[in-house]
Design a protein around this ligand. Structure first.
Ligand code: ATP
Ligand code: MG
Length: 294
C-alpha cells in the first residue's frame, strides 16, 4: 500500500519509532510513489541506516541489507553459482546424459545462490533494500549497481535478464568517504541528513530514554550542541546523545554539573585530542553555570 501524502509517511515513520524532519519525510514519500532509490548522505550517527529500518517497520516490508565494504563483489552482492551442487549434479548424471543436457540443467535457477540484491528484486513480496555505506565500495561496484537501480533488473549471462517481480524501496547510505559518481546520483533521490535542531533532537532522545526528565533532556541536548560547535575530530551524534541520556539515568544524575560531565564525557567524545579540548572548553563553562541555579 502506498502512502497518500507526506504527512501520512511522516506519521507512519513516527509510529515505527523514527522522527523524520520534512525533507526526510518528503523523500521517503517520493521514494515509494516514484519507485526511485534514495541516496542518504550525512555525518556518522544521524539516522541514515535507521531511516531504512524504520521504513521497513512502517511498511511491514522485510528489510534486506547489503553491508558494503572494500572489495565487495558481485558474487557476494548479486548472485553466485552453487558450484558444489553443480558438481554433484554432473557426477550424479553419469555418462548416459550428454553434455548439452547437463549444461542446460546446471545453469538454471535451481543452481543459483541469490545474494541480497537479487533477493530484493526476485522475491514474491516487496521489500526494503538497504545498501549501507556504498562509499566503502569501488566505482566498478557502483557501475554494476546502475542497471539494477535504473531498470530493476539483473543480467545473468547464462540465464538472461531477470526482471523485478516486485518493486523494492531502495535506500543507499554514504558517509562521504569518497565522492559518488554522477551516474549513480542521477538515478537517486537525494537526502542530506544533518544533526537535528534542538527540539527534534530532544524528541528523539526522549523517545529512546523516556525516563529522563524533560528539563534534563533539554540541558543534555544543549550541552551536546556546545560540544558539536567545537572543532572536533568526531563531533557527538544522535547516537551519542542517546547513550549519554541512558548513562545519566544509570548514574542517577538530576543535573549536568561539572563533576557529572567530567565523569561521563567519554560517552560523547572518543578521541584523545577531542577529550582534552572538550574538557577545557565545555567543562569550564559548566563550572561557571550557564543559567542561574534554583
Ligand atoms: N530521526 C530519528 N528518530 C529516531 N531515532 C533516531 C533518529 N535519528 C537517529 N536515531 C537513532 O540514532 C542512532 C544512530 O542512527 P544510525 O545508526 O541510523 O546512524 P547512521 O547515520 O547510519 O550512522 P553511521 O554513518 O555511523 O552508520 C540509532 O540508534 C537511531 O535509533
Ligand atoms: Mg549507518
Amino acid at each position: 500500500m502506498e502512502p497518500g501524502s507526506v504527512a501520512e509517511t511522516k506519521e507512519a515513520l513516527k509510529g515505527a519509532g523514527y522522527l523524520a524532519d520534512e525533507p526526510a519525510a518528503l523523500v521517503s514519500f517520493l521514494a515509494q510513489r516514484l519507485s526511485k532509490p534514495v541516496l542518504v548522505e550525512g555525518p556518522a550517527g544521524v539516522g541514515k541506516t535507521e531511516l531504512a529500518k524504520a521504513l521497513s517497520r512502517a511498511t511491514g516490508r522485510e528489510l534486506i541489507r547489503l553491508q558494503c565494504y572494500e572489495g565487495l563483489d558481485e558474487a557476494k552482492a548479486l548472485y553466485e553459482w552453487n558450484y558444489r551442487k553443480q558438481l554433484l549434479r554432473i557426477q550424479a548424471g553419469g555418462s548416459e546424459h550428454g553434455w548439452d543436457d547437463v549444461h542446460g540443467d546446471i545453469f538454471s535457477e535451481e543452481f543459483l545462490l541469490e545474494r541480497p540484491l537479487m533477493q530484493a528484486i526476485a522475491g514474491a513480496e516487496p521489500v526494503v533494500l538497504l545498501i549501507d555505506e556504498i562509499d566503502k565500495t569501488d566505482q566498478e561496484f557502483e557501475a554494476m549497481l546502475l542497471e539494477l537501480l535504473s531498470d530493476f533488473q539483473i543480467t545473468i549471462p547464462e540465464l538472461g535478464q531477470i526482471s523485478a517481480t516486485t518493486m523494492p524501496i531502495v535506500v543507499l547510505t554514504s558517509n562521504n568517504s569518497r565522492e559518488l559518481t554522477e551516474a549513480l546520483k542521477r538515478r537517486c533521490l537525494y537526502l542530506w541528513l544533518d544533526y537535528p535542531e534542538l527540539e527534534r533532537e530532544m524528541a528523539i532522545v526522549r523517545l529512546h530514554a523516556p525516563e529522563l526528565s524533560e528539563a534534563l533532556t533539554r540541558r543534555l541536548v544543549e550541552v551536546v550542541r556546545m560540544v558539536r560547535a567545537l572543532d572536533l575530530k568526531k563531533p557527538p551524534s544522535i547516537a551519542e546523545s542517546i547513550d549519554w541520556a541512558r548513562t545519566l539515568l544509570l548514574m542517577g544524575s538530576d543535573d549536568i554539573d561539572k563533576a557529572t560531565f567530567d565523569q561521563s564525557m567519554s560517552i560523547l567524545v572518543k578521541h584523545r585530542t577531542d577529550i582534552d579540548l572538550v574538557a577545557e572548553r565545555v567543562g569550564v563553562k559548566l563550572a561557571d553555570p550557564l543559567r542561574p541555579q534554583a
